[in-house]
Design a binder for this molecule. Structure first.
Ligand code: CA
Length: 225
């Protein structure tokens, strides 16, 4: 269950947003002023904070600024004043989005979903692990395993494997692979690709089984599932 903190002093609006969010199965807590809101924002973990700008004790801009010096919790700023400078200021200090009162609850939910999607995508890219048959490649950690056992690859071997495994079914010519792995202005001969494909096969193929990398005669190489 995602946890949402609402920092807003307009009680009827808070009640309305809270009921709608709870209906969407969010866990919701509310702070009615900037000081207690900031405290909750800092002391507990939230999936999102809905932050009004005009607040007693400490305004939303200041809450966001102080929060950002410590945490990256997603923030949607809420304000009655649909003024460009509020919006620019809010986004400048690190708010993720902005919504002007009065707003439709569907619009708020759509904006929240968009931010959650962006975060999920980011997390996913950070932890991208590609698999092909019994091979896994953890791109960020630069770890390759075969049947669960880690395999040592050189930088070139790793880069070559990533290019191939990222585009299964796509036949890559030696020239394409040379450009992608060794660089456009590289002076190496295209047959270096063949040499490195052989290294990869030696390290990753299961003896007696078909190679993970297929040669397409006269064209290049492909990892075909
Ligand atoms: Ca307010």
């Amino acid at each position: 269950m995602k946890r949402i903190l609402i920092i807003e002093d307009e009680k009827s609006l808070v009640r309305f947003i809270q009921l709608e969010l709870e209906h969407e199965h969010f866990f919701v807590r509310v702070a009615y002023d900037g000081v207690s809101g900031l405290q909750l924002a800092l002391n507990e973990e939230w999936d999102m904070i809905l932050l009004d700008i005009m607040l007693p004790h400490l305004d939303g801009i200041e809450v966001c600024r102080r929060l950002r010096s410590a945490k990256a919790t997603p923030v949607i700023m809420i304000t009655a004043r649909d003024r460009l400078e509020d919006r620019v200021q809010g986004l400048d200090i690190g708010a993720d989005d902005y919504i002007a009162k009065p707003f439709d609850i569907e619009e708020l939910l759509a904006r929240m979903r968009a931010i959650f999607r962006r975060i999920d995508l980011q997390d996913h890219q950070d932890r991208e692990v590609l698999t092909f048959r019994n091979i896994t490649v953890d791109i960020a950690a630069r770890i390759v395993t075969r049947g669960g056992i880690s395999v040592e690859l050189t930088k070139r071997e790793f880069d070559l494997l990533v290019v191939l495994i990222k585009h299964p079914k796509l036949v890559q010519t030696r020239d394409m692979l040379l450009d992608l792995v060794w660089g456009y202005d590289s002076l190496v001969e295209t047959n270096v690709v063949d040499v490195y494909i052989r290294y990869l096969r030696n390290k990753l193929d299961v003896p007696g089984e078909e190679s993970i990398i297929q040669t397409v005669r006269g064209m290049g190489y492909v990892m075909r599932p």
